[in-house]
Design a protein. Structure first.
Length: 668
């Protein structure tokens, strides 16, 4: 019986495992934005007592050579390293480790006491330094090679033992030896961990949804030019993404009338999500909205104001979409010879035909759908909100998003997937930049704390970036229906300060539109999905001023521009919720308190973690309410707050020291 083959790696004694961050063992990418730093931790160890070196390796995807940085030991065989991200696209990282003979020798030398042991150790050390000098010379580093050779001579000389030992343990020698280590027996991870590097807008953004056809004068179908005229209003509110529902021709067959009825009038515009008619399909602008040139001008003008235009991607067709006639094999046909329309019983969408993604012609279908996104990207659109991605194959999205971002790495995709948690997370792993989530239905303090902690502190945060929406054209939550203006204010402040990215469907939101189609429904009465609406943006009860103020606060304070720093704080009234965000350097400390009861005044004692804020409990400190501009002096960790429904939120900035109570003079 022949002996088993010996492993090729038998002398590679370093072990690397338990790498974090990693998504499914490196199957999917973690997500970061330009300017951020990736911090990597891992376990690295070896048998026995020898010392290790560990290096973090990183590079842009496709780059032939790795860039390296030293990892530092944290104790218990855990190591940490980091690298900065300075370019959009994809990059990757892995790690290498090896038993380092010089570090082991140095560690032992520092503990030797007998003269003979030290003399023998210096002989061994001289050989190690000479070998490093040879490596330096082979690497064309003649100056360093000469330094190492000179040190080797001094270690081998018959000089004072103490001086030779001091040289051997010196920091300059350690740095030189670390520059030219012996890595012949290094272990390198087989796994390469990917990173998607997105623009800052992927991490921090404020979205405003607007139906273009309702942007015109009352009684007239709006246009993209009307949207352009609305841009200063959106900019004044402080939004940086203007999201437009589908702008394509709308089918006439099975068109829906007001409030989703099946009997439309001759002038009813139908649902924008019923895409396609004789005028064209997914690559065509609805003639009543304007032309492609109008869209290009809108995108350009918006960008001048710091706003990106987001378009809706809805991969579905109206019955009279050109695809239905040209590619009947892309659809599912019923026994009666008709195409199966979309259903989610008891809901029926007779005006929408879904694609059959199990068609034999799926290659052609996929390429056509990718070309739809590419068409609009070529016209300058860089943000896409994708309708119901969970009803399309996972593999389609992984391929399509990668293709688009390969050519347009600044592109942002928002997943509108109000679906099961694992499906939502899978879509995020596959490449969606941001995700809708369950925020619209999380109302109590316990629900909010539990869910936002999961989003911001759980393992999914490496790939799922939440975008918090208190309402959408499809969702008018019961809380908003019953809570009046205070409910809209509190939900807005929660969305805008709990999350670095959030959105509202307006003008329905700022005008506190709250009438459901029928009791128990989350559908809006007289929804814009099925008819034109005229909005009076100058109404005195509009939340526009509050929205503008909060967005200005978000832009001015870095602490609100990220999610991972969210922490909830104790407060002794469950009708109040308290949480904080601060920068790593504590230059900004923001504390938010929100009244979740839209009908009654609520009060309680808030407990602040002063030690973690770097605030001396024995001294007074100032809190500045950024919403009302009021200032207060607080003492100690426990402080009293009360919030009425008319003003249900505080956004405090903490000032860490004050000189006197009289003049509120403060430092940061």
């Amino acid at each position: 019986m022949s002996a088993a083959k010996l492993p090729d790696t038998g002398r590679q004694r370093a072990v690397i495992e338990n790498v974090r961050p990693a998504v499914d063992g490196g199957r999917f990418a973690i997500k970061r934005t330009v300017g951020e730093v990736v911090v990597v931790e891992l376990d690295a160890f070896t048998d026995g007592h020898d010392q290790l070196q560990c290096r973090l390796c990183h590079r842009a995807q496709g780059e032939p050579r790795w860039h390296e940085s030293a990892m530092v030991p944290l104790g218990n065989d855990r190591w940490r390293g980091s690298f900065a991200l300075d370019a959009l696209g994809r990059c990757e990282y892995t790690a290498a480790a090896w038993v380092d003979a010089f570090l082991t020798w140095r560690h032992d030398l520092a503990r030797r006491e007998e003269r003979q042991d030290i003399e023998l150790a210096l002989v061994s050390g001289t050989a190690l330094v000479q070998a490093a000098a040879a490596r330096a010379r082979a690497g064309q580093a003649a100056e360093h090679a000469a330094e190492l050779e000179a040190i080797a001579v001094r270690l081998a000389a018959a000089g004072a033992l103490g001086e030779r030992r001091r040289i051997a343990l010196s920091q300059p020698l350690l740095e030189l030896m670390n520059t030219y280590p012996d890595r012949r027996l290094q272990s390198m991870l087989d796994t390469v961990f990917p990173v998607v590097v997105d623009p800052e807008r992927a991490r921090f953004s404020a979205w405003y949804e607007l139906f273009p056809r309702s942007a015109g004068e009352p009684g007239r179908h709006g246009t993209l030019a009307d949207c352009e005229a609305r841009l200063p209003y959106v900019a004044q509110l402080g939004f940086d993404v203007l999201y437009l529902p589908p702008i394509h021709p709308i089918g006439r067959s099975a068109r829906k009338g007001p409030n989703n009825t099946l009997a439309p009038g001759p002038d009813d515009p139908g649902s924008p999500w019923a895409i396609g008619a004789a005028e064209g399909g997914h690559k065509t602008v609805h003639p009543q909205l304007g032309s492609e040139q109008d869209l290009v001008r809108l995108v350009s003008r918006a960008r001048e104001l710091g706003i990106e235009i987001a378009l809706d991607i809805a991969f579905q067709c109206a019955p009279d979409h050109p695809y239905v006639q040209a590619h009947p094999d892309w659809f599912r046909w019923r026994p009666d010879g008709t195409v199966q329309y979309a259903e989610n019983p008891p809901k029926k969408y007779q005006d929408i035909y879904p694609f059959d993604f199990e068609t034999e012609a799926w290659h052609a279908l996929w390429r056509e759908l990718e070309s739809v996104v590419e068409h609009w990207a070529q016209l300058g659109v860089s943000v896409f909100r994708v309708d119901n991605p969970h009803t399309k194959p996972f593999a389609l999205w992984e391929w399509l998003i990668a293709e688009i971002k390969r050519k347009h790495p600044h592109t942002v995709f928002l997943s509108e997937a109000f679906t099961r948690p694992r499906v939502m997370h899978r879509l995020a792993k596959l490449g969606f930049t941001q995700s809708y989530n369950y925020f619209p239905w999380r109302n109590t303090r316990h629900e909010l704390e539990q869910y936002l902690s999961e989003l911001c502190q759980g393992p999914g945060r490496e790939y799922l970036r939440s975008n918090l929406w208190p309402n959408t054209p499809d969702i008018l939550p019961e809380y908003l229906q019953l809570g009046g203006r205070p409910a809209f204010v509190s939900r807005f402040v929660l969305a805008a300060t709990l999350g670095a990215s959030y959105g509202i469907y307006g003008p329905a939101f700022e005008l506190c539109e709250a009438a459901p189609r029928e009791p128990g429904s989350e559908e809006y009465l007289d929804s814009e999905k099925y008819q034109l609406r005229a909005w009076d943006l100058d109404r005195p009860d509009s939340l526009a001023a509050l929205i503008a103020r909060v967005n200005q606060i978000r832009r001015s304070h870095r602490a609100l521009q990220q999610d991972w720093n969210l922490r909830f704080m104790p407060i002794d009234n469950d009708a109040l919720i308290a949480y904080c965000k601060h920068t790593d350097d504590l230059d900004e400390i923001l504390v938010m308190v929100v009244n979740l009861d839209p009908h009654h005044l609520q009060a309680g004692w808030l407990e602040l973690p002063l030690a973690s804020f770097g605030i001396d409990e024995a001294r007074a400190f100032q809190v500045h309410d950024l919403l009302s501009d009021a200032r207060y002096l607080w003492h100690g960790a426990r402080n009293f707050v009360h919030l009425e429904p008319a003003a249900p939120a505080h956004v405090f900035r903490l000032r860490r020291r004050v000189h006197t109570e009289r003049d509120f003079d403060y430092y940061l």
